[in-house]
Design a protein around this ligand. Structure first.
Ligand code: ADP
Ligand code: UVW
Ligand code: MG
Length: 438
């Protein structure tokens, strides 16, 4: 076996890894999955390690959510994965010829690029604009260069999907000379996920992607919404950085920008994390809003599953001082409504589907139920309760949870897979296979 493609997704709290064989001669699917691994809770230790070979009995026993004390960041998570791969899965590292890396902020890079000194430094320079992400991805890229020297690392960018956003949506109402000089505009993120979702929903609905209008909610540790018009990103809730828009595990989401100067008088001081693999130059305010806010600040947990359990959702008159979990839940529902309502209007009401994705979107049945109820006023038929409960029992990447079978506006769940999106594109792009590996 040779020509294996490893695909690595450094999220803010997780590292998700898949290994595929490249299938250049197969017209149907360019890749074939061999194994998946994920390390979650990286920012809320102990990290949890999972590993599953497609051919589990032959290769290795699956591992699920095993706590690992030695994992404290993305680089140590990746090293743990490599050790496991060597010990348990009987896979020779030399066979891995291409490694795809999800890089959240690409700035003005749109197409995927092979990692070179130049592209590495481009990504490094953007680290301050994605403080929870670019440095983490670079630490994994470094580990690949050290541990898998014969493979080619390729960066794929979350920002690329949002390139078609019209200027009146992507630009802020600030001085445009300064904005252009410094690249201060809305970039948008979770683009690899939105690309996967668009492709999967198009196949599910049997329509070409460029005929689809969607409102997609990618709700994970970082959460964002996206309006897709005729297969192109029209608007998205994250901005210059992944901080804006919906709140997340440790992120505040959109706030009045003046708030930071009232929150702390040290707002502008530059903070330094001496342990960080890449030195960041972010202010105290950015650090607070990125790492000490969101669900963690409101409730003490970053796990939205725990928040949902403790939210006492059947209580119609919650006491928010007594129950911060309910406050967190209701804040998320409220902010989602802002985007769903706004995007519905921007799409002129022509919406083929509302799609839930990401760790929360795929697993939180109560959150989907609440949103499903609220969007009825927009002409959605509402959720089918039993389909909503049974999502985990249905195979495939897309599940219809709406009432009836033929609604005009569907409500769907999509099991998003950024690793697969990158690996497919890697195999389909001839340029990544023409050059001999270094
Ligand atoms: N059963 C559940 N119900 C609601 N939320 C869940 C559940 N299980 C996991 N989650 C949430 O999913 C989040 C992880 O989402 P994911 O998209 O995998 O994260 P990342 O942004 O790191 O890629 C966790 O932080 C947790 O809050
Ligand atoms: C962009 C972003 O926030 O990604 P994640 O949700 O994976 O942290
Ligand atoms: Mg993610």
């Amino acid at each position: 076996m040779h020509n294996l493609v490893l695909s690595v997704n450094a999220g803010s709290s997780s590292l998700k890894i898949s290994l595929y064989t490249a299938q250049h001669d197969d017209n149907d699917e360019p890749v074939n999955l061999l194994l998946t691994s994920s390390i979650s809770n990286i920012s809320a230790p102990p990290a949890k390690f999972s590993f599953k070979s497609v051919n589990a009995t032959k290769d290795a026993e699956p591992t699920k959510d095993a706590p690992v004390d030695s994992i404290h960041d993305h680089a140590s998570a990746f090293e743990h994965f490599l050790d496991h791969l060597k010990r348990e899965a009987n896979i020779d590292r030399e066979q891995i010829t291409r490694i795809c890396h999800r890089v959240v902020h690409g700035g003005d890079y749109h197409d995927p690029v092979i990692i070179s000194d130049e592209s590495y430094h481009h990504i490094e320079k953007l680290s301050d604009l994605a403080p929870l992400h670019n440095g983490a991805a670079l630490s994994v890229i470094k580990a690949c260069i050290a541990n898998l020297p014969s493979s080619t690392s390729i960066a794929f960018f979350d920002t690329a999907f949002h390139r078609p956003m019209p200027p009146y949506i992507a630009n802020y109402a600030i001085n445009q000379t300064i904005a252009r000089k410094r690249g201060l505009k809305k970039y948008g993120f979770h683009g690899l996920s939105y690309a996967f979702i668009l492709r999967s929903v198009a196949r599910f609905l049997n329509k070409p992607p460029d005929a689809l209008n969607l409102i997609v909610l990618h709700l994970g540790s970082g959460a964002s919404a996206c309006a897709i018009r005729q297969g192109l990103s029209l608007d998205t809730s994250m901005g210059l950085t992944p901080l804006n828009g919906l709140p997340g595990a440790t992120r505040a989401g959109a706030i009045d920008p003046s708030l930071i100067f009232h929150y702390t008088n040290k707002a502008g001081r530059i903070t330094h994390d001496r342990k960080a693999a890449i030195q960041l130059h972010v202010t105290e305010a950015e650090d607070i809003l990125n790492t000490k806010s969101g669900w963690k600040a409101l409730t003490g947990t970053t796990d939205f599953g725990v928040i949902t359990e403790k939210a006492d959702l059947s209580n119609p008159n919650p006491d928010y001082d007594e129950n911060p979990h309910r406050l967190a839940f209701d804040i998320l529902v409220d902010r989602i409504m802002d985007y769903v309502g706004g995007y519905f209007l921007k799409l002129g009401g022509r919406v083929d589907a509302l799609v839930f994705a990401g760790g929360i979107g795929e697993r939180s049945e109560p959150l989907r139920a609440r949103i499903g109820e609220q969007v009825k006023c927009l002409g959605f038929a509402g959720l089918d309760g039993s389909k909503n409960e049974a999502v985990d029992t249905v195979d495939g990447s897309v599940v219809d949870i709406g009432q009836g079978g033929s609604q005009e506006r569907k409500i769907l769940v999509c099991r998003t897979d950024e690793q697969l999106e990158m690996a497919r594109e890697c195999v389909l792009k001839k340029e990544f296979w023409d050059e001999p590996t270094p």
